[in-house]
Structure formats: structure tokens, C-alpha cells
Design a protein around this ligand. Structure first.
Ligand SMILES: [Zn+2]
Length: 247
């Protein structure tokens, strides 16, 4: 990694009025969360149909068996890494206003960030398909599948956006509002190829924001709208930026 670029990023962030981070799988891989897409992606080994809302609604037990294996048997004890921790310290020290994330692991909140907009929900929470009551995962008993609602006995579903389900309205609305206010957008670990994610960097750029991008591979933003590209892992780059910000 080019250390000088991390220093430049810190300089930009230090004088910014409203920095927003936009994060994806690359932030969480080093916490042990597998990416969904791309090589080594979850969808290479697991049939994505189990996470299709139509399939879930007709065969919830079949869907839940796979979901439990993927998320609840392996990914409940994952911990935030240094990239999450630096972002949390940045918020605390007013170097960061909010995070828009495509990740569903809730690790930004667990690291201490308070203003996080989860575009795809989180598997750390369940929601009743009948009465919409939400449950923290610690209240659910996954020994009996599918888990059901304590209030109405409806089937509970992980509070993530399934295939063929819309992005939650509130998160999307707030994400666009944050983008509109930003003067620096810090893209970390995502190539944001799907909508609405793909739109955020464009919108920010149109409004004159500086775009800092941290990725291990160039994205379609790198040579078009990115002002400062840091070619590095999220943990490596954020650790250095944190040091230059004296966090
Ligand atoms: Zn219910």
C-alpha cells in the first residue's frame, strides 16, 4: 500500500465537513464473513434460491435449514476488525457522520458506530412475517425450525433483504439523504455493482464530494469518479488512516 495515499486521505477527511462511508464485503472478509459474489463467494457453493423470498414463503423450513447453516452456525460470533474500529473512532471524534453499508453482519454497530444505514438488513435480527415484530437473534431458539413469533406464532425470517425483495425504504431514503449532505465519500471494500448502491458514488460526485476509494481491485469508479484510490485491504488502509488522524 502507498502510505502517502493514506496520509492524503487523512488530510482530506480532517478538513471535510461531512464525511460518509460506504462499505461492502471487503470490510468484513477479514472478520471471517465470506463475500456473497465473486470468486470464493457464497453463491458458488450455495444455491441462492434458498434466499429467494418466493422460495422462503412457500418452503420456509427448507430455506431455514440452509440459512441456519450459513449464518447462524458459523457467523454469530464474528468480531469487528480494525477497519470497523477505526470507523467507530472516526465517528466518535467527529471525522465521520454516518455509514451506509451493504453488509448484513451488524459489525459496524458492534464496533460502536451509531449512524449506520443497512441497505440489506441484518441477520442478527429476525422479523415476524405476519405481525412484523422484530427480535434480536439472542431471543430466538433455532433448535426448532422454522422459528416462530412469540406473539402471533407467525414464521420468523432473518431481517435481511432476500432476492426479489425490495431494499428497505427507510434505509434507502436515509442513505440518499446522507449522500446529498456529504462532501467526502469514503468507499471501502465494495465495487457497488448493483442498484441502488451503484448510484451513491455518482450522486455524491455530482454534488461535488471528493471520492476516496479503498479496494483490493479497481472498480468501475476507480478511473472515472474516484479522486484518491488506495489499493489495499480495508484493514491495512483504515489502520494507517486512523494513525494519520491520531485516533
Ligand atoms: Zn408475529
Amino acid at each position: 500500500m502507498d502510505i502517502h495515499k493514506a496520509e492524503q486521505a487523512a488530510d482530506i477527511i480532517r478538513v471535510a465537513k461531512y464525511t460518509v462511508a460506504f462499505t461492502g464485503a471487503g470490510v468484513s472478509v477479514e472478520s471471517g464473513i465470506p463475500p456473497f459474489r465473486g470468486e470464493n463467494g457464497l453463491w458458488n457453493t450455495t444455491n441462492p434460491k434458498f434466499l429467494d423470498i418466493g422460495f422462503f414463503n412457500t418452503k420456509p423450513l427448507q430455506s431455514w435449514k440452509i440459512i441456519k447453516e450459513i449464518f447462524y452456525d458459523k457467523l454469530l460470533n464474528v468480531k469487528p476488525n480494525i477497519a470497523h474500529h477505526v470507523l467507530a473512532k472516526m465517528e466518535k471524534r467527529s471525522f465521520l457522520e454516518s455509514i451506509i453499508t451493504q453488509n448484513i453482519d451488524h459489525l459496524h454497530q458492534e464496533a460502536g458506530n451509531r449512524y449506520v444505514y443497512e441497505l440489506h438488513g441484518t441477520y442478527k435480527q429476525l422479523v415476524c412475517t405476519e405481525c412484523s415484530t422484530e427480535y434480536d437473534i439472542s431471543f430466538a431458539d433455532l433448535n426448532f425450525l422454522p422459528p416462530t413469533c412469540y406473539i402471533c406464532k407467525g414464521i420468523l425470517k432473518p431481517d435481511i433483504v432476500f432476492f426479489n425483495e425490495p431494499i428497505p425504504f427507510f434505509a434507502k431514503k436515509r442513505a440518499f439523504e446522507e449522500i446529498a449532505k456529504s462532501d467526502v465519500l469514503l468507499i471501502i471494500g465494495t465495487n457497488a455493482e448493483v442498484l441502488p448502491a451503484a448510484e451513491f458514488p455518482m450522486r455524491a460526485k455530482e454534488r461535488g464530494a471528493k471520492i476516496i476509494e479503498i479496494n483490493i481491485k479497481e472498480s468501475h469508479f476507480t478511473r472515472t469518479i474516484t479522486d484518491l484510490f488506495i489499493h489495499a485491504k480495508a484493514t491495512e488502509a483504515m489502520k494507517k488512516i486512523g494513525e494519520f488522524l491520531y485516533l
